[in-house]
Structure formats: C-alpha cells, structure tokens
Design a protein around this ligand. Structure first.
Ligand code: SF4
Ligand code: SF4
Length: 431
C-alpha cells in the first residue's frame, strides 16, 4: 500500500503565486547565442568551426561518450568564435558563440514516427539525437536513463515540481499537456508496460479534471501530499508505489522509470516532429523581478537578456539562483549563458532570503526529523570536520540527496548540507 508521501521532508512557503497563473511568453533571442559544450553529462566537442553558417536545430557539438547529449543551434547564423566562457558554476568552459542572422532558417527535420510507436532501441537513439536531458534541473542525459536492461513495469511522470517558486511544469500541464501525454504514451509502448502514472502534488490538483479527459487507458494521475522534496526520485517512487530504491541503486532497480513533465513533452516533439532541444520553458521569479512568469527561452541566450525581457529588476537582487532556492546554485554574473538544464532563474531580495548568522547547535534533532533519507546531519558534519571519511561513509554520507531540508529546519541557522556537499566532493576526489 503506498502512502502518497514519504518520511521526513518540510513544508516551505512555496512562493508559487507570483508565476502560477501567468501564461508562458516567448522571449526573442538576441544577436549573440553562447552554447556551453557541457549541458548535461560529459562535455561535447564542436562539430563546427569559426565562420561556419549554422541553421536552427543543427547539431553543433557532440561526444563519443555515451553519458553525454549533443547540442543544437537555437537560431540560424554564423559561428563567430569558440572560446572559454564563464559558466553557471563559476568555472570556465568551452563554448560555441553564434551570431544570430535573424533569418530563423531551420534544418530539415526528419521525424522517425509522426504517428504510431517506436521500439525501445529507436526511442533511445532518437532521444540522444535530440539532445534531451532531464528538464527538471538534474540535466542527466535521458537516453542513458532509458537504456536500462532492468525490467520496467511502471513509468512515472514527475509533475511534483516541489521546489518553491518554480511553476513551469505546472504551466505545461495547464496550457499544453498533449505533448507530455503523447511522450508518456510513446515510452509506455516502447517498454511494453501497463502503468503510466502522472504524479502531481495536491497544490496542483486543479489540473486533474482537464488532464483526466485527455489521458489514455494505460495512464492515471496520482495526487500526492504537498511536501518538499516530493520530486526527488526516491521519495517520489516510494510515495507513488511504496517501493524503496536500495542505497546506491537506481529507480530501474525497482522496475520504475521517472521522467519529468517537460522531458516527456520533449520526447514527443523529438519522435513526432524530429525536433531537438533548442529552447525550454523556464520560471523567472523572485521579488526582485519586475515581471515574474514563465518564459520560452532559446538555449544560449544570456541571463542578462532574459531578465531584461522579464522587465528588469525592481531592486538590486540580493541573490541570483538557477533552479529552485532549495537545491539550485547561486550565480554571480548575468553574462552567463542559459542552458537546457535551467528550470528556473530567481532574483531574490534580502527580505525573501531572510539570512541570519548561524549560532551553535542546540541538539534539537529537527534536522534528523526532517531528513527524508533518514540520516543524522549533525553526526555527518562532525565526521566531515574531523575528516573521518570511513565513519562518514558508514553513516550514509553518499546517500544524502542534498535537498537542504536540514538547513531549512534548523533553528540555529546552521547549514549542514553545505558541509555535507563539501564532504561528498572530498570523498569523490579521493582527498
Ligand atoms: S542530510 Fe542530506 S538528505 Fe538529509 S536533509 Fe540534509 S541535505 Fe537532505
Ligand atoms: S536542527 Fe540545527 S540546532 Fe537542531 S540538531 Fe540540527 S543542526 Fe543542531
């Protein structure tokens, strides 16, 4: 019997009212588009050189590595240069810079199956060709997830969108759910499964009546209790099916594939229309944004152009974040380019951040109660500070999903997740 929720978790203010009811608007691309060569999985190598003319939808970078996704031009124009640029992580990475000619000339599209179904092998091939990565923000190449040898019996569409502020998946469910439903239908047939479940939190249940009318008989909607981090795969699978993904395991180990709403819609567009990822829906929000909403943004635009299109700022943002405020990353420049993995861009004010200085731990245990992975954040941070890596691993350090519930719930404003993240990086890099 499934529980419609999971152990632990928190109920942060969702701040979704700023964008939830605003229809998606298109943002026109500017003169320069910058395509970072690593946008999910391993980095790619350019397939074009300086001076080449490129067309919209043309593959401009790819890799021989399986865990990688090719990159496509989002406009037509000319390759101006290939150089290192500053990325969202604050490091430098190679990028292809294209000058837009505003002709909007596209490559000829060759959809594999405008109607009907594809085999699992065809699906994996087409999803890779289209450069589809997890659109919920994780950015893991989708074809890698699909290429499992495990027996799959359940496909879950992750529509929980549990991060505060983010509403782009919700807008897809309200405005254009057809492509998402078709994507689910394609995946269901490719795996020969009977169960396709669209999982949403009960703060979005207003979409259920209209969505239900469009579903096929193999699909159903599961309404879950609103709680963060409901969208995290392990928590979602438990809430929907009652199955527990083993430590270090993957959803496929318990017969489940989880794909986000926009990822499913992208699969439909790739199979039916031959369309690669050249743009995506993104939530632009936070009180420092003049016109918060959801926008269709071309890959490669600068954050500066995107915020300008959203009316600019009401005041100097105290913090800029890509993704949601719980798991997203801080950014320090508006010159950085937009990538496929950006589900949200936030400009928050000092008032929204409400940051305070941390004070000593009072051993209240709230972080333990909130941890959805059943970990003891205080014990983990102690091991990390003492560099006791063996004990840290035994205590489940590598199982931490970096959800930030421990930091959110702490009355002493401590930030265990930041320490844990550092500890995990230290173990991975063998320090
Ligand atoms: S220890 Fe990790 S999994 Fe547990 S609440 Fe903190 S960030 Fe989340
Ligand atoms: S919630 Fe904060 S104060 Fe309470 S035990 Fe955890 S770290 Fe210490």
């Amino acid at each position: 019997m499934f529980s419609e929720t999971f152990r632990g978790g928190i109920h942060p203010n969702d701040h979704k009212e700023q964008t939830k009811n605003v229809a998606v608007k298109k943002i026109k691309p500017g003169e320069i588009l910058t395509y970072v060569l690593s946008q999910g999985g391993r980095g790619c190598t350019p397939l074009v050189q300086k001076g080449d003319r490129v067309l919209k939808g043309q593959m401009i970078a790819d890799s021989k590595e399986f865990v990688s996704a090719p990159i496509h031009a989002s406009v037509s124009g000319t390759v101006e240069k290939i150089e290192k640029v500053i990325t969202q992580k604050g490091d430098m990475a190679d990028a292809i810079i294209v000058r837009n000619d505003f002709a909007e000339e596209s490559v000829e599209l060759h959809p594999i199956r405008p109607e009907g179904y594809v085999t699992k092998e065809e699906l994996i091939k087409e999803v890779r060709r289209a450069g589809i990565v997890g659109m919920g923000g994780a950015g893991f190449p989708t074809h890698v997830k699909l290429a499992t040898d495990k027996k799959i019996d359940t496909i879950i569409v992750n529509g929980s969108e549990c991060e505060p502020y983010l509403t782009s998946d919700y807008r897809v469910l309200v405005e254009k759910p057809e492509a998402m439903i078709d994507g689910l239908d394609i995946v269901i047939h490719a795996y020969g499964v009977k169960n396709g479940i669209i999982a949403i939190e009960d703060n979005k249940k207003d979409v259920v009546p209209s969505l239900t009318k469009k579903l096929k008989s193999s699909m159903k909607i599961k309404v879950l209790k609103t709680k963060y981090p409901q969208g995290s795969e392990k928590q979602l699978i438990y809430a929907v099916t009652g199955r527990i993904v083993p430590e270090g395991g993957l959803p496929a180990d318990v017969g489940v594939l989880v794909l986000n709403v926009d990822t499913m819609a992208s699969i439909s567009r790739a199979i039916r229309r031959g369309l690669p990822i050249t743009r995506r829906t993104v939530t632009i929000s936070g009180k420092a944004v003049k016109e918060p909403g959801n926008y269709f943004v071309r890959i490669g635009m600068s954050f500066e152009e995107i915020f300008e299109a959203a009316g600019g700022f009401t005041e100097k943002p105290a913090k800029l974040i890509t993704g949601g405020p719980m798991m997203g990353g801080a950014i320090y420049s508006l010159k950085i380019p937009f990538t496929k993995t950006n589900s949200g861009i936030l400009a928050l004010t000092e008032e929204e951040l409400g940051t305070k200085d941390e004070v000593p731990c009072i051993r209240c245990g709230r972080c333990v109660e909130a941890c959805p992975m059943g970990l003891m954040p205080v014990a983990l941070t102690k091991c990390i500070r003492e560099k006791d890596w063996e004990q840290a691993k035994k205590s489940g350090l590598m199982s931490c999903i970096e959800c930030g519930c421990c930091a959110y719930t702490c009355p002493s404003d401590r930030n265990p997740v930041a320490v844990i993240r550092r500890g995990k990086n230290a173990i991975r890099s063998g320090k």
